[in-house]
Ligand binder design. Sequence first.
Ligand code: ADP
Ligand code: AMP
Length: 216
Amino acid sequence: MNLLIIGAPGAGKGTMSDILIKNFDLVHISTGDMLREAVKNGTPVGKIAQGYMNAGALVPDEVIHDIIVERFSKDDLDNGFLFDGYPRTKAQAEDLSLILKQLNKKIDAVINLDISDEDLVKRITGRRLCPACGEIYNIYYKKPSKEGICDKCGAELIQRKDDNLESLETRLSEYHKNTQPLIEYYEEMDLVKNTDASKGVDVVFEEIRSFLEGLC
Ligand code: ADP
Ligand code: AMP
């Protein structure tokens, strides 16, 4: 099964992806994670992406095209994948359709995590991450048992540079302008599962799980 998960910044894409990949045995591909890794390693892609990411702007489509093509060159995607945070523009969606066609693959469903902008403020400003194992926390909704420390591996939690109100404003405006129209694009292909993402993690997962089981 090949899936896309779409939603505003903080809608819960990473949180839901972590659960879905375990339950449905999928490979998780987050362009945000790939770009953050490139920035950390100071690669040419990272050097281009850094300024855009800190400002909350989208990284140019050509850069995203290159990292996606490179990712497909690895041969671990044949049993199913979940793209998180990609595609984010109409050009990326059309590019993905072409890439998949060449590889004789297709998207089976697009999960749309629907949530109001107001609900996202605490999710974004409260988000904390484990830099070692990737676990996602929130100081309001999912506190670690010891403040600032990962429950799973004991590493010190970090806050993303772009998880501030100023950057959120830009990210939300990018989302509404460029990414939200993709829901219509995929609705025309009858692929979209709309989900109320303001509910608790377990409720959101249960709704998606029963939908995906219906597809299998
Ligand atoms: P995204 O990948 O869409 O940017 P994340 O999965 O990182 O979003 O979630 C953003 C923040 O909101 C995290 O701190 C996470 O713990 C929290 N979160 C995610 N889903 C929920 C939910 N259903 N209810 C409450 N908090 C949530
Ligand atoms: P995310 O981790 O998905 O919240 O993405 C963090 C940042 O990475 C975004 O605000 C963008 O700057 C950049 N980014 C991630 N994925 C994409 C994409 N598909 N297209 C353009 N920019 C992206």
